[in-house]
Design a protein around this ligand. Structure first.
Ligand code: ADP
Length: 261
């Protein structure tokens, strides 16, 4: 990454990520992993080499949505080798290290922090254009671990209309300022439902407050996603790479591509 003082982070000479982008949310279940997966798929479709570091250690959902259920990452001495999806996305996730995918991850805070550090320092990512980080939910100490462990170049914040959007964005802005990492912009997931008959957009949770919040902090809105059962089904079936519509989240993609390498 292009951060000013990379020497504070552990390096391994088998990884060279040109840009590291963290996808953050205020809480779990808002679609942070879906957005991370979708951005990775779209970047890969555009010819970039992409890795996903699944830092959501206790709720890892990246391997499943990319059809890697049941697969195990291999080690080479101290080194971890990422698993590679059908379209070439490299993934490291706690899910790929468990004996059974349904095993709960009951690790305590320091162990989780250690795992995230290792996913950066001990994984052989190779030379990649983008490393996307599926952040642990929230803006607490586990999220902080990520910013202290790897050289994040930009943050994408995912919100949903049920969220206390202004509070979550305020916390994200605070964290980003402390860590000297720019926020690339906001994505609202589950924004609306499109009527299957007439296409009318129904704002199930009431009118979105996102634009007002974005204005308040001088942030960009990078996209709004509807509640779309086909996306949920595709994630469940491990077929997001095949099912993701072309040109998904174009503004978010442009923001990622605008991050200097
Ligand atoms: P998070 O990473 O924030 O915990 P996920 O991305 O894992 O959230 O999403 C939670 C669940 O909601 C998943 O089952 C996912 O497939 C589903 N989901 C997320 N976004 C949408 C959407 N826009 N439409 C339909 N289902 C969605």
């Amino acid at each position: 990454g292009g951060q000013a003082a990379p020497s504070q982070f552990e390096e391994n000479n088998l990884s060279e990520a040109k840009r590291v982008i963290a996808v953050l949310s205020g809480k779990g279940g808002v679609g942070k992993s879906l957005v991370t997966g979708a951005l990775a798929i779209e970047l890969a479709r555009r010819g970039h080499t992409v890795g996903i570091l699944d830092a959501d250690i206790t709720g890892p959902s990246i391997p499943k949505m990319l059809g890697m259920s049941g697969r195990r990452a291999h080690g080479l001495g101290k080194l971890l080798l990422p698993e590679i999806s059908t379209t070439g996305i490299k993934v490291m996730s706690s899910n790929l290290l468990l004996e059974h995918e349904t095993d709960p991850v009951l690790w305590r805070g320091p162990v989780i922090a250690g795992a995230i550090k290792q996913f950066w320092s001990d994984t052989s990512w190779g030379p990649i254009d983008y490393l996307l980080v599926d952040m642990p939910p929230g803006t607490g100490d586990v999220a902080l671990t990520v910013f202290q462990s790897l050289p994040v170049d930009g943050i994408v914040v995912v919100t949903s209309p049920q969220d206390l959007v202004s509070m979550i964005v305020a916390k994200a802005v605070n964290m980003a300022e402390k860590m000297h990492v720019p926020i690339l912009g906001l994505i609202e997931n589950m924004s609306y439902v499109a009527c299957p008959d007439c296409g009318k957009k129904i704002e199930v949770f009431g009118p979105s407050k996102l634009d007002a919040v974005a204005d308040e902090y001088g942030l960009k809105v990078l996209g709004r996603l509807p509640i779309d059962p086909t996306l949920a089904l595709a994630c469940d079936a491990g077929a997001l790479e095949e099912a993701l519509p072309q040109d998904f989240l174009p503004d978010a993609l442009a923001a990622c591509e605008a991050v200097p390498a």
